[in-house]
Structures are given as C-alpha cells and as structure tokens.
Design a binder for this molecule. Sequence first.
Ligand code: DQA
Length: 145
Amino acid sequence: ATILVLHGPNLNMLGVREPDVYGRETLQDINDRLHATASDRGHHLLHLQSNAEYELIERLHDARAEGIDYLVFNPAAFTHTSVALRDAVLASGIPFIEVHLSNVHTREPFRHHSYFSDIADGVICGLGSQGYDLALAAALQKLNS
Ligand code: DQA
C-alpha cells in the first residue's frame, strides 16, 4: 500500500522551533524513520511538508488520482483554521489519522478546535514525534486487515 504523510506549515522548522514544545528531532529524522518502517513492512511512504495551504490542497487532489491508500496528517496551524483543507481531505476520500506533536488541549483555547478530528479515523496528540510512528503502525494494521 502507499501512505502519504502530510505536514503543514512551520513543521519544516522542527528541531529549531520551540524545542520545549515540539522536540529536538528534525522533520527529516521523522520522515526517514517512517520511511524505514514502511519499507521494512513492504509498503511505500511518500511525504510532503508545505507552508502553503494551496500546495497541501493540490497534493490531496493528486493523491486521489494516484490511488494513495492512507494519510497521516499533521495540518499544524491549518488544523484550527482551514475549511478548505478539510474539504480537500473529504474530496480525496482517503482515510486518515490526525497527528499533533504537542497536546493541543493543554495549550491556548484556539488550539482546542480542529477542523479534522470529526472526520479522522483517529487523532493522536501530545506524544511528540512518536505520534507519527503510532499513526503509521495503526495505518499499516488497518491496511493489512
Ligand atoms: C501542531 C499543533 C498546532 O496547534 C500548531 O499550530 C502546530 C503544530 C502540533 O503538531 O503540535 O504548528 O499541529
């Protein structure tokens, strides 16, 4: 199967950006590890980080055409703002798990609402980069069953 990992705005700054909140690992560390896990299990993993809403939207449109089976998605700040990205995920018809490194529920009130959680298979937050690994493990289990 093919899994697409999508990372929203500012996640290219991981490792540098507020390390007390988001950890010291870089996005490349995370992507490399997810890649290794997926290939060990005989699956393909693609990833994209973008700071631009339209690029994430267009990636989702292409994902539908490409036959991507599952998404692991950290919409970052767009989580709390983007009806357009929500609609793009719905248009893709691809099931997904929403991931946040930080526990958004312990942070500012504007981070408590997500435009994605009610349409996600599952939501993982507050476990740092391990959240991505857990999401990938859950996705692979769903795809194999
Ligand atoms: C985030 C949480 C969001 O509120 C924030 O805007 C981010 C990252 C997380 O992974 O914890 O950029 O999605």
